[in-house]
Design a protein around this ligand. Structure first.
Ligand code: ADP
Length: 543
């Protein structure tokens, strides 16, 4: 017998309608190139999205067409999220820091018909214009007064384009399973792969992520996503903030600058901020140096890479801010786990709580987890056994765009292989020990680079650390610690290595230390291990 409940579709226009009715006066603040503090309301954002939807129709674009963005986090980008996906097109967010060949690849692979671009990224497109000849037009995200000179063909000014349109627009009735957005993985190995989100997956992910044990987002929050709108839809914040009616603070191009971030968080009364660990390093270094405290911020959600214990401690003890770790991937919309305390664990000591907080967290409802060995056998949740982490759920990709059946990314029984290696403890807390491809294999045994990095980061003189495996005649591979020191501090190699004593198994201790001025990062702020392995390919261990 079927249930007797309405089958109303889960689509992005339904968020736009909800916003317009319930929280149209809630504020959105943006930093843009042409305005250091742009302010308007969610209601105006939705109205302008409707104008954009009308403009797209006039330009002859059809449902299902891919329309790309190369832009920072600001209000115009947000309007495109709603205007493009809401009118049945697919919003393809492009990471501006991709290599030119990758940019060309993703634009051509997606067959983008139109590209919305921030003025500062226009030169990037001019350089590759000849190789992306199928793109029919470029919309520059500014007003007429700030339009740059450009050699790009068929250029439109965003403000002029939407000004000419009516705000009367009726969102179409869309199939909830139709595609809404496209995001390519960074493609550290091989070509980038396209993850094609649907309206349904987007809404379900938004519902799940606002929950109190996930991101815990409510209408009372003022949320600042430092995570870019071009990376996994800024972890879904444009949608989740819309369904709850949170104030949105969009940092524009100033995302990596500790001082600018502090000023924005403080002056806009941000209660929640989200981003990868490196951006918080910059913020914490700034507050330390300037003697400032994050008085208003209540929570940060940090993920995308392992979160050092010292960072969780600094937020908690110096600023009174809860750092909640999350784990996920582009392929997972992205949220899979979140780390918050579970009933029964309240009496842990502050130190034990810190230890627990370094884990990736428990699966949020809707994301199933399992760890398997090389033969696909499920491993126990004992916190010790580690294996390939696989996931399943309605906001996890079932395949890659135009690679259907050929990516080798899924198990025979339909689970997605994350490429991560993890343990899961009896309480359900998952901890990532490595990326499969970053695992260090010493004498046939695995060493967790993440645990070593976390340990090194606990040393007061270490600002950032990465551990990679380098060739060793006897053990095949041994760990090399690469560190960036805190400004004006000194520590010897011997001292650093001695710091590992008692914190990790003796045989895990790195064989050598390399001091560098900076580590290479990806566009999303993760340490580029592939680049480090290239740089240190010939490194000879001295220990
Ligand atoms: P990319 O594919 O460009 O690296 P993703 O954001 O999809 O971008 O990266 C997902 C990967 O990031 C995960 O598979 C995992 O290796 C890593 N990651 C994400 N969150 C965490 C976390 N909390 N701890 C450790 N690693 C993480």
């Amino acid at each position: 017998m079927q249930g007797l409940m309405m089958d109303t579709p889960l689509t992005i226009p339904s968020i736009a309608e909800h916003v317009a009715k319930f929280h149209s006066d809630r504020e959105i603040v943006s930093v843009t190139l042409d305005n250091p503090r742009h302010r308007y309301s969610w209601g105006e954002a939705i109205t302008r999205s409707k104008r954009l939807a009308n403009a797209l129709e006039k330009l002859g674009l059809e449902k299902g067409d891919r329309l790309a963005t190369i832009a920072w986090n600001d209000y115009r980008h947000l309007e495109i999220y709603y205007g493009v996906s809401g009118s049945g097109h697919i919003c393809h967010t492009i990471n501006p820091r991709l290599f030119p060949e990758q940019l060309i690849f993703v634009i051509n692979h997606a067959e983008d018909r139109l590209i919305f671009v921030d003025p500062m990224f226009v030169p990037l497109l001019e350089k590759i214009a000849e190789k992306i000849g199928r793109v029919e037009g470029f919309v520059i995200l500014t007003d007429m007064a700030s339009m740059p000179e450009t050699s790009l063909p068929n250029v439109y000014c965003y403000e002029t384009l939407i000004e000419a349109e009516s705000a009367d627009y009726v969102w179409p009735e869309l199939d909830e399973r139709s595609a809404s957005a496209l995001c390519y993985t960074s493609g550290t190995t091989g070509d980038p792969k396209g993850v094609l989100y649907s309206h349904r997956s987007t809404i379900l992910h938004a519902y799940a992520s606002v929950g109190p044990d996930a991101i815990a987002l409510s209408s009372m929050d003022a949320v600042l996503p430092v995570v870019p709108l071009f990376h996994v839809n800024a972890w879904g914040i444009p949608y989740s903030a819309g369904i709850v009616g949170a104030k949105l603070i969009l940092p524009g191009p100033k995302m990596g600058d500790g001082e600018a971030l502090y000023e924005l968080l403080d002056s806009e009364d941000a209660t929640l901020a989200l981003g990868v660990p490196t951006v918080w390093l910059a913020l914490l270094q700034y507050t330390e140096k300037a003697g400032k405290r994050l008085d208003k911020l209540q929570r940060t959600v940090v993920g995308g890479a392992a979160v050092p214990r010292s960072m969780i401690e600094a937020f908690r003890d110096k600023h009174g801010v809860e750092l909640r770790q999350g784990w996920g991937m582009t392929e997972m919309s992205p949220l899979g786990t979140a780390n918050c305390l579970k009933a029964g664990l309240e009496d842990l000591t502050p130190d034990e709580k810190l230890d627990l907080a370094t884990k990736a967290g428990r699966g949020i409802f809707g994301c199933e987890l399992r760890i398997v060995d090389d033969d696909g056998n499920e491993l126990p949740w004992d916190g010790v056994a580690y294996g390939a982490l696989q996931v399943r759920g309605p906001w996890i990709c079932s395949d890659y765009y135009k690679l259907e059946g050929n990516a080798g990314s899924h198990s025979e029984d339909g689970w997605f292989d994350t490429g991560d290696v993890a343990t899961i403890d009896p309480q359900g807390y998952m901890a990532i020990t490595d990326r499969t491809k970053d695992v260090i294999k010493s004498g046939g045994e695995w060493i967790s680079s993440i645990e070593l990095e976390n340990t090194a980061m606990g040393h007061p003189a270490v600002a950032e650390a990465a551990v990679i495996g380098v060739a060793h005649p006897k053990w095949t591979e041994r760990p090399l610690l690469i560190v960036v020191l805190v400004e004006n501090s000194e520590v010897s190699k011997e001292e650093l290595l001695a710091f590992f004593k008692g914190k990790v198994a003796d045989w895990w201790t790195p064989d050598d230390v390399a001091f560098v001025d900076e580590l290479p990062h990806t566009a999303t702020g993760k340490v580029k291990k592939i680049e480090l392995r290239r740089q240190f390919a010939e490194f000879e261990l001295s220990a």
